[in-house]
Design a protein around this ligand. Structure first.
Ligand SMILES: C[S@@+](CC[C@H](N)C(=O)[O-])C[C@H]1O[C@@H](n2cnc3c(N)ncnc32)[C@H](O)[C@@H]1O
Length: 280
């Protein structure tokens, strides 16, 4: 089981929204442009960032089903969405007005480790998820592809970690630290050995084998002077993960952590995936 705090998700939300691949997002927007309304399931929704990042690119009337296993994050999602909207009514089921968008948001507590079938019950036009598929296993992704393919559901999966990192200025231990970080990433996050940087390619392959047309595109975080707090948090998080592996000497980890907290910038690679069944 992995824990994500609402504060961590708040800290990364701006960078997450800026990183989304704009051409792929436009392709998603275009694919549903003739829908009067759209029902969207957001898997592993956290504090609701994906809805806030995507709503303006989808039709005027939207119904979102926000799914996560963490009730504290679902409560945070409800509170943050109410604060984000121009007008908000309700609590468990929110009715939101944001610009020209009218959005209904429902929250569903579900542990996705056993699969997404229960979470996706009911009418759905689009499945989406952000910063989640690198946590799951290759086997889970196969089951998930089978599930959505059986219903011919489109998928927009945003921000799967790609494994590429470039920090400025470079540090002599960058390669050693990254290799250890990747081994830590592959640890079980509740779904079996995590796919980590392989997630987008595995998803693409699993869906193409089931007749989907799949587009992928890069969506790196490009962090610089305005992202001090996020750079520091990333440095702390990476150093702590590597320290847990015991693969790099404590002295090197500590030196890297200290220098990286003050890094001028970094680029952290992600991949976005948009998959449409050939026949809908
Ligand atoms: C990196 S966060 C991304 C959250 C959100 N999509 C965003 O973009 O801010 C990963 C999310 O996966 C959720 N998660 C992890 N394991 C889960 C599970 N077994 N079932 C459902 N959600 C899970 C966490 O609670 C967390 O909200």
């Amino acid at each position: 089981m992995s824990g994500f705090s609402a504060e961590w998700l708040d800290l990364r939300e701006g960078a997450d929204h800026a990183a989304r691949n704009a051409a792929l997002r436009d392709a998603v927007s275009h694919a549903f442009a003739d829908h009067e309304s759209l029902t969207i399931a957001d898997l592993a929704c956290g504090a609701g960032s994906n809805l806030r990042g995507l709503a303006e690119y989808l039709p005027a009337r939207q119904k979102w089903l926000l799914v996560d296993h963490d009730p504290a994050l679902l409560a945070a999602a409800s509170a943050r969405l109410a604060g984000w909207a121009d007008v908000a009514e309700g609590e468990d089921r929110l009715l939101l007005a944001k610009g020209a968008r009218r959005i209904e948001a429902e929250f569903r507590a579900a542990d996705l480790s056993a699969g997404a079938a229960a979470a996706l019950a009911g009418e759905i036009d689009l499945v989406t998820s952000a910063a989640f598929f690198d946590l799951v296993s290759a086997q889970w992704l196969e089951g998930f592809a089978e599930l959505i393919a059986a219903r011919r559901l489109p998928l927009y999966a945003i921000l799967s970690y790609s494994g590429e990192e470039r920090w400025t200025p470079p540090h002599a231990a960058d390669a050693q630290m990254l290799a250890a970080f990747h081994r830590h990433q592959a640890r079980d996050k509740g779904f079996g050995p995590a796919a980590g940087p392989r997630a987008a390619a595995l998803l693409r392959d699993a869906l193409e084998r089931r007749g989907y047309v799949v587009e992928t595109a890069p969506s790196p975080w490009r962090l610089g002077a305005g992202d001090r707090a996020l750079i520091e948090a990333l440095a702390e998080g990476s150093a702590a993960a590597v320290a847990e592996t015991g693969e790099v000497s404590a002295q090197i980890v500590e030196d890297w952590r200290r220098i990286r907290r003050g890094a001028a910038g970094c680029e952290i690679g992600h991949v976005d995936v948009f998959a449409l069944p050939e026949r809908r």
